[in-house]
Design a protein around this ligand. Structure first.
Ligand SMILES: C[S@@+](CC[C@H](N)C(=O)[O-])C[C@H]1O[C@@H](n2cnc3c(N)ncnc32)[C@H](O)[C@@H]1O
Length: 215
């Protein structure tokens, strides 16, 4: 497993020189922290044997890192960007990972597709959109009583405050907040939101609308 994490690291650094997958200025120094940040979920939650969907995986955070570390868990990675989704597929092939698949599509479209809708035990996402927008992307995809885990910075309380209407409208509530130190004291949080009822077919709205007119 550690070998695969190290190989993933090498591939990010190598491919990043050709394609702009992660901010070039900081990736060489920050990559270990990005990986550590992703791993933190496993300190709080056992994800073994679950069906997980990761939204906006980018170059692999957190969905691909967690997939490398959790061979018994099945991951679907949603990433609309062509270069990034190709990179995710390249890593999956190189490491011969059998527990991951990649969907190159906007999540608003995936969330309206019956083969994905209300299908996952948990959803993860890091640095994709503010919490109110993320809720509209993620809640339709998880099963009733499933959970969404959102990686946030120290500003998470404001995000929760702004997301109150979205939490309500989507029949969900903040269940837990895990805070930890990454670069500084208590600078990171993973917010767990629990779904309490099936999602109205109204959500997610059309591509671009959740971000343009957040709930
Ligand atoms: C800032 S990056 C973060 C990537 C990664 N999660 C991380 O923590 O490094 C946000 C990613 O989300 C993807 N994304 C944003 N909105 C999306 C949407 N509606 N559907 C699918 N992917 C989306 C972008 O293409 C981008 O790769």
């Amino acid at each position: 497993m550690e070998y695969n994490v190290n190989r993933f690291k090498e591939l990010v650094l190598f491919e990043n020189r050709k394609h702009n997958l992660v901010s070039r200025k900081t990736v060489e120094t920050d990559i270990d922290n990005h990986i550590l940040d992703c791993k933190k979920l496993l300190n709080y939650k056992s994800i073994e044997n679950l069906l997980v969907i990761d939204i906006g995986t980018g170059a692999g955070f957190p969905g691909l890192v967690l997939a490398i570390l959790s061979a018994k868990t099945n991951f679907t990675l949603v990433e609309s960007d062509f270069k990034k989704s190709n990179f995710l597929k390249l890593v999956i092939d190189e490491l011969n990972l059998k527990n991951v698949n990649v969907i190159r599509e906007r999540v608003e479209i995936v969330g309206r597709d019956n083969s994905f809708r209300e299908n996952f035990d948990i959803c993860t996402s890091r640095a994709v959109a503010s919490m109110n927008i993320m809720l509209e992307y993620s809640i339709p995809l998880i099963k009733n009583t499933g959970s969404v885990f959102m990686w946030k910075g120290r500003n998470y309380r404001n995000e929760i405050e702004t997301a109150k209407a979205a939490l309500d409208e989507l029949g969900s509530e903040v269940n837990n907040i895990f805070t930890y130190n990454l670069m500084e004291e208590r600078d990171r949080a993973i917010i767990e939101v629990k779904k309490n009822k099936p999602t109205s077919l109204k959500y997610p709205r059309r591509v671009g609308i959740p971000a343009k007119r957040p709930l």
